[in-house]
Ligand binder design. Structure first.
Ligand code: ADP
Ligand code: MG
Length: 635
């Protein structure tokens, strides 16, 4: 049986399990916010028109002649139906099965996980996760979708119908031109929606900005019936009010916020925004928002859909890397160009010098906006940094032109306040540098605790030198790209190339010259551990701990090696250097051991604890335990 034969027969199918779960939830928990169904269905209709406009750039025959894009919303008090129609791209039989029978998006699991029980918030989530179509079942107990895909013949029109309980049926539909009708057979308790005034109110509330005209039949007062009756004349009910096209001075903060929440499906107000009309070589309007909270997709580096590109108020596409770099993927907003061609495709965007100029200018605008939060509002900046700091850090390695600007926005934990809050900027660090200090010191570790308790910090404490404590996954990578800030080098204190003895602050550190006997002992330790370390030497950085491990300037740090290994890579392994505190009891004790076997156990234990104290893990923990027990039990 070929496809078109099959096409003619009505066929019953089951919803995917997740869809059933979603439908159930939708019907039971979102009932108090039922009017969102109209927003979702109109938004789909508008998307369908945008899609067809886009595809017809390559294949103009797809469009029917002499017809502008249009969405109509009709209701019928006798049948108790509301019908939302569009002349957009339509759906084929396969499209319908894929789009209205399954949830393809990977975010669905997150969706369920994130339901808060708060119906209002949950309702917003529905839009955010793009499961909007099913909201039809909040108000309807039977939904029919009649659709004809642009480019297909009339006999390919399909009809999908379902009561939302578990199955849907597909059969042949009747529609002469491309587009889709969604017919909702309302539940009895939603009959109040069969009212022209009510529907207009909902449309204005949620869909005013939709750029495609939304039409309803005009209504007039009938003396005879004593009520509003429909005429046969259509009128446009939305203003296609593209907020960004209005002058700033005429827009209230509330309007900016409402627009953001509607367009980007966020239930929080934005943190801040910037709205500018740019004139000159390229004319365009930008409206960028910084959200208050990271959305779930933001951690996905490939998700760069925050920016919507318009050309003269006509929606062209959701933004991609051509409009903003990935490290700004948390930004939401609009770019509306006055001079791009409506025919732009992704490929053209890629090559366009104008787009590149728009992108560069947009990045500057956004970085300035972030900087102004950091200068003017500590609380907001804290929110910003907590939500998006880790993403912004990617910019240090990705956007060399703006590196200095981004570096100014970075915030770290530090030994200055000793708290896990990241609130110390590099400039602040520099302003507190000790007399004679020329370097910005930092340590990277797997966690804040492991950083702040690292033995490497001991001498810095004694010298009262501030050290930045870095424990985000991205930090090590970021700092491999940030060598300097305002002329000061950034140096890891776990590496071996600095000298703080000249810094005059804090207590002096005596660079004790080890005695001949101590030298001998150290040599012996080095010989014993020669398989595991590059070198053993006397440390000038330890105060309380007996030993620590360091790496040479150009070697990978142990922290980075651990990260690379955890991500399945095989980094070149370089042996660390063991530094010992020759004044420590441990070293005095080991010097008195004359049994070779015992000496070996002690030397290995010294190295093991140095690795553990710097947050590392041991290759052979059970030998460590055995050694430790032997020593404790004096065996
Ligand atoms: P989203 O709009 O976020 O993709 P929806 O649940 O609202 O999620 O819609 C699912 C899919 O169904 C859409 O992506 C689209 O492919 C298809 N669809 C829904 N309504 C229409 C329509 N009116 N015309 C064409 N396709 C539609
Ligand atoms: Mg949708």
């Amino acid at each position: 049986m070929n496809k078109s034969d099959k096409f003619l027969e009505p066929e019953k199918m089951n919803f995917q399990a997740e869809v059933k779960q979603l439908l159930n939830l939708m019907i039971h928990s979102l009932y108090s916010n039922k009017e969102i169904f109209l927003r979702e269905l109109v938004s789909n209709a508008s998307d369908a028109c945008d899609k067809l406009r886009f595809e017809s750039l390559d294949v103009p025959e797809l469009l029917s002649k002499d017809e502008d894009f249009k969405i109509t919303v009709l209701y019928d008090k006798v049948d108790h139906t509301i019908t939302i129609s569009d002349n957009g791209i339509g759906m084929s039989r396969d499209d319908v099965i894929d789009n209205l029978g399954t949830i393809a998006k990977s975010g669905t699991k997150d969706f369920f996980k994130n339901l808060s029980g708060d119906k209002k918030k949950d309702a917003q989530l529905i839009g955010q996760f793009g499961v909007g179509f099913y909201s039809a079942f909040i108000v309807a107990d039977l939904v029919k979708v009649i659709s004809l895909k642009a480019g297909l013949k009339e006999d390919h029109a399909i009809c999908w119908e379902s009561d939302g309980l578990g199955e849907f049926t597909i059969s042949r539909g009747s529609r002469k031109t491309h587009g889709t009708d969604i017919i909702l057979y309302l539940k009895e308790d939603s009959y109040e929606l069969l009212n022209g005034w009510k529907l207009r109110e909902i449309l204005r509330k949620y869909s005013d900005h939709v750029s495609i005209p939304i039409c309803m039949y005009k209504e007039e007062w009938s003396e005879e019936k004593k009520e509003q009756v429909k005429t046969t004349e259509l009128e446009v009910v939305n203003q296609s009010n593209a907020l960004w096209t209005r002058p700033k001075s005429e827009i209230t903060d509330e309007q900016y916020k409402d627009f953001y929440k509607l367009l980007f499906h966020d239930f929080n107000d934005p943190l801040t925004w910037t709205h500018n009309k740019i004139e000159g070589r390229n004319e365009y309007t930008q409206l960028f928002y910084i959200p208050k909270q990271a959305s779930f997709e933001m951690w996905d580096r490939d998700n760069t859909h925050g920016i919507k590109l318009y050309v003269r108020r006509i929606f062209i596409m959701d933004g991609s890397e051509q409009l903003l770099p990935r490290y700004l993927r948390f930004v939401r907003g609009i770019i509306d160009s006055s001079d791009l061609d409506l025919n732009v495709s992704r490929e053209i965007l890629q090559e366009s010098r104008d787009i590149r100029a728009i992108k560069d200018a947009s990045v500057k605008k956004i970085l300035n906006l972030i900087e102004s939060i950091s200068n003017n509002n500590n609380e907001d900046y804290k929110t910003f940094w907590t939500e998006f700091g880790e993403i912004l850090k990617e910019g240090i390695g990705e956007d060399f032109n703006n590196q200095e600007k981004i570096a100014r926005l970075l915030r770290f934990s530090s030994t200055h306040n000793g708290s896990a809050n990241q609130d110390v900027s590099l400039s602040e660090y520099i302003s507190r540098m000790a007399e004679g200090q020329e370097i910005i010191y930092y340590i990277t570790a797997d966690s804040f605790n492991s950083a702040i308790n690292s033995p490497h910090l001991e001498v810095f404490r004694k010298k009262k030198i501030e050290v930045l404590l870095l424990s985000d996954r991205i930090d090590e990578w970021m700092l491999s790209h940030l060598k300097e800030f305002e002329g000061k080098r950034l140096v890891s204190i776990a590496k071996d190339d600095f000298d703080i003895s000249k810094i005059s602050e804090g207590e002096d550190i005596k660079n004790l010259e080890p005695s001949e006997f101590q030298k001998e002992v150290i040599k012996n330790i080095e010989k014993t551990l020669s398989d595991r370390v590059k070198e053993v030497r006397v440390s000038s950085r330890l105060v309380d701990s007996p030993a620590c491990v360091v790496v040479e300037k150009n070697d990978l740090s142990p922290h980075l090696i651990r990260m690379l290994k955890a991500s399945g890579q095989n980094p070149p392994s370089s042996k660390p250097i063991l530094e010992v505190n020759s004044e420590h009891e441990f070293l005095k004790k080991i010097a008195t051991i004359d049994s070779d076997k015992k000496f070996e156990e002690w030397a290995n234990l010294l190295l093991d604890q140095a690795i553990l104290a710097s947050g590392g893990s041991l290759n052979d923990p059970s030998s460590f335990v055995k050694r430790l027990n032997n020593i404790i039990l004096d065996k």
